[in-house]
Design a protein around this ligand. Sequence first.
Ligand SMILES: C=C(O[C@@H]1C=C(C(=O)O)C=C[C@H]1O)C(=O)O
Length: 102
Amino acid sequence: MDIRCTSLEEVRQGIDEIDRSLVSLLAKRGRLVTQAAAFKKTTDDVRAPARVEQVIRKVRELANEAGGSAEVVEQVYRAMISAFITEELATHAKLANAPSAP
Ligand SMILES: C=C(O[C@@H]1C=C(C(=O)O)C=C[C@H]1O)C(=O)O
């Protein structure tokens, strides 16, 4: 059960606390996404649109189960994944240009 806040300050303290956890999880998720680049051949593999849609379907379900907005969660996830794809493409390009081991 969520705590009922009695002031804007209390609301913002709650948001700041959640942001601390979210940013930490985003950093962890980002490190996993970066690792994915090493297992992919092409930039189409990096973008993996079918996987993106699978993730979106899943997080919409999770949002509904948690009593949140599936629309908001989808928008947040599409923006987040787009940023992670940009990062993963950069890692993929670096790996492709790196001299291979003898
Ligand atoms: C991490 C991957 O690469 C990309 C990033 C994804 C994500 O952030 O969830 C999903 C698919 C790909 O666009 C993957 O293919 O699983």
